[in-house]
Design a protein around this ligand. Sequence first.
Ligand code: FE2
Length: 398
Amino acid sequence: MLFKNAYIENSSHLQDIRVHNGIFKEIGELLPHEGEEVTDLGGRLVLPPFIESHVHLDTCLTAGDPVWNMSGTLFEGIECWSRRKEKLDEADIRERVKKAVSMYASHGVQFIRTHVDVTDPALLAMKTMISLKEELHDVMDIQIVAFPQEGICSFPKGKELLKEAVEMGADAVGAIPHFEFTREYSVESVDYALKLAAEYDRLVDVHCDEIDDEASRGLETVAARALELGLFDKVTASHTTAMHSYNNAYVLKLMRLLKMSRINFVANPLVNTHLQGRADTYPKRRGVTRVKELMQAGINVSFGHDDIFDPWYPLGNGNLRDVVFMGLHVCQMMGYDDIMNSYRFITHNAAKTLHITDRYGVEKDKPASFVVMDAKDYYDALNRNATVFASYRNGLKM
Ligand code: FE2
């Protein structure tokens, strides 16, 4: 099959794409073979599929059920969720996750990393998500992080539950050091999670310092253990909002370790702009990690939605354009090149976070998965909130 007249990733000239047996066969100025099916893309933008690098699918689509979070705070969100949790069962999780996945797919997303709460002795959400991962594979690649929402050392049998989830088939190990009862537990929980990942050959994604407390220093422990255990870019630090409030002298020192450790970062500009700074009067902190500075240091950063229409974030329809739009504003990255290249936060940078670069990208011999945007380049797509004209997965139109 031949796709004619595409601007691939903001290219200045039109190119053609040949797909055979679900693989990119040729890219360039191509003529159709005899009898070959030809699709004219009419000068539209082609990008690799979008990647959601941080979301909680097990809580999505529950906003207002049974009550709305009226203050919008994290704490009222937890109260709302504890009431919603009472009617959590397998059918409920399956229905919501399937709906959310189809919302994402309609916006050109083909890969999702979801955190799943494992501080539940029955591991209900984890079991359900593992079966859904298999079931939804034709439309979405789902990566599962075993996420200890209420702590590893501060929750009864937290270590055992985390290990059980990994043995059950979680792709990545999580932790939540800033939520642990004490500084000692915080360090111990990170040690435990990263050693578990090394032992079982899993990725790591830590909810790291998602708090405005500048004394929250889980990040240095995550980076140090990633380095010492040789896990490097298999490790991701999500949120790191405390880094927004660290003093600059400390950040200067920390940057050396971050570079050596080669860990990835995920920022969640929508949710953290909404939830952080709540203990401030004025001035109110923005509460998003230092994206621009991390990028300038050559450190990988992707963007995630985090929550979709749930007690912690009352909006969201699976369109990652909104995440990028907010991220550019709040991180003050509105230069021409910043805007033009901002799709990378939800494509290539996210592919590094998910550790899938070997099978991702519009390149010869890779799986022919791509999206066609109704725009000529990403600046235009972002500015006009352009729709996804078509999404192809392994050569098949979705
Ligand atoms: Fe999160």
